[in-house]
Design a protein around this ligand. Structure first.
Ligand code: NDP
Length: 434
């Protein structure tokens, strides 16, 4: 597999595809002892893993910059996110408490048993965080893990696998297997020893994975696409919203499932808001290239007659400028996930219409509501069909709060305090007093 730097179009390295059966075998072997490691010791090992990652933030960030072209700030944040996830979930092993439930004639107690081998199938847009969203809580709950990074971006996952060993995690507890999704990913999903699949990627592949998981009733979490909307009411702080919006659409060059790629603006402030927005869009530079030549062609296929556009740094690399398009409801760019730095804008007249337009999509991941009216903020936030939403802000993902989608954006939740539980099955035991 040739790994390319998308900022320069140069080959960085070649990586041999791995063997998924060997990775699952190692994980299965390691599970027997990992699940029995005392909770305090498992916690200590995860804290040590976090420290080793912390000592390699610059190295991991540099690898990611070379593999994806991300700006240094983004790449560093992504590496620190891995450290923070390990730190946060290192608090989980001693706190995975079951319950004692009152019954007649004995005692009833529950235990949160680890599932076994968990496969984490990772896309190319956030290679480090998305891997850690799966492996950190899964390991904390006593599972062993096989990570399958995307073919385009395998390098940080391979390094994180080495760092886990450096930190003292036993061999086989955290495994990384590279290779194409159609072969290696598919084998992990259908392997009888894999008990849960965490998948992040496209809806098409997510649907296929869910169907394959049905074979062995393998548990599955799906984090899929999005077509999230910003709903901006006339009473909002327009200047603040204009300054914040480009980051919410163009960060990671729009290759973000939470990207607010649709903007609904109350008609009375539509033109004023676009004038405020324009300099922030044309001046937006904190952005890398798209991941591949093919992906740039896909993004470009949506763009015709932009309202305004930013610029790109040069001829080499798969760059695409921040772009704003006028939209009507039937437009392809309004309806399909572009996964690039493209914002589609449409006016609305009433609150009901804004909600109707925002919900008129098969996706339901994220979104934002901008208004100074707290009643309306709450009303509209509850009505918009998404898994996460922010008011007067564009934030969406914090490792200590739950994240995931509704409708075709996914199934299940990741992150937050409950994530380790989703890597366990509850066992109920009755003990007779006789
Ligand atoms: P995919 O869904 O194809 O890939 C995501 C991951 O799944 C990769 O590791 C891939 O491996 C693996 N994979 C692919 N096919 C299978 C399979 N049959 N069984 C198991 N694993 C498989 O996403 P793409 O990279 O093709 O991106 C296409 C579109 O998907 C984007 O334009 C965007 O719209 C959406 N997407 C959404 C993401 C999100 O964050 N929700 C992330 C990425 C993409 P490999 O790449 O090695 O072949």
């Amino acid at each position: 597999m040739r790994v390319i730097n998308p900022a320069t179009e140069e080959e960085i390295v070649t990586v041999d595809p791995g063997d998924p059966d060997t990775a699952v075998f190692q994980a299965r072997q390691a599970f027997e002892s990992w699940r029995k490691v005392a909770p305090g010791d498992r916690a200590r090992l995860l804290r040590r893993f976090a420290s080793v990652v912390d000592a390699h933030i610059d190295q991991l960030a540099q690898i990611e910059i070379t593999n994806t072209g991300k700006p240094v700030g983004n790449a560093r944040w992504e590496a620190t996110n891995v450290r923070d996830l390990l730190d946060y979930y290192s608090g989980a092993p001693e706190r995975l408490c079951g319950r004692q439930i009152p019954v007649v004639g004995g005692w009833d107690v529950t235990f949160h048993e680890p599932l076994g081998v968990v496969a984490v199938i990772v896309p190319w847009n956030f290679p480090m965080p998305i891997a850690a969203w799966g492996f950190a809580p899964a390991l904390a709950a006593g599972n062993t893990v096989v990570i399958k990074p995307a073919e385009l971006t395998p390098l940080t996952a391979l390094r994180i696998g080495e760092l886990a060993l450096e930190a003292g995690l036993p061999e086989g507890v955290l495994n990384v297997v590279t290779g194409p999704g159609s072969r290696v990913g598919r084998r992990l999903v259908t392997h009888p020893d894999v008990r849960k699949v965490c998948f992040t990627g496209s809806v098409e592949v997510g649907r296929e994975i869910m169907a394959l998981c049905a074979g062995d009733l393998t548990r599955v979490t799906l984090e899929l696409g999005g077509k999230s909307a910003t709903v901006l009411f006339a009473d909002a702080d327009l200047e603040k919203a204009a300054a914040a919006l480009p980051g919410a659409v163009f960060d990671n060059a729009g290759q973000d499932c939470c990207a607010r790629s649709r903007l609904l603006v109350e008609r009375g402030v539509h033109d004023e808001f676009l004038s405020l927005l324009k300099p922030y869009v044309t001046g937006f530079t904190e952005m890398g290239p798209l991941i591949s030549h093919q992906h740039r062609a896909h993004v470009a296929s949506f763009v015709d007659d932009p309202l305004f556009q930013g610029s790109v740094p040069g001829d080499k690399g798969y760059w695409y400028p921040p772009t704003v398009l006028k939209a009507e409801r039937g437009d392809r760019h309004w309806n399909e996930e572009i996964f690039g730095p493209v914002l589609s804008v449409m006016p609305f007249d009433t609150e009901e219409q804004a909600v109707e337009f925002a919900n008129d999509t098969p996706y339901g991941l994220s979104g934002s509501v901008w208004t100074r009216d707290v009643g309306r903020a709450l009303r509209v936030s509850r009505e918009i069909q998404t898994g996460v939403l922010s008011v007067n802000s564009h934030s969406s993902v914090r490792y200590w709060t739950p994240f995931g989608g509704v409708k075709q954006s996914g199934l299940g939740r990741e992150l937050g305090p409950d994530a380790p539980l989703s890597f366990t099955d509850t066992k109920n035991i009755f003990i007779s007093e006789e």
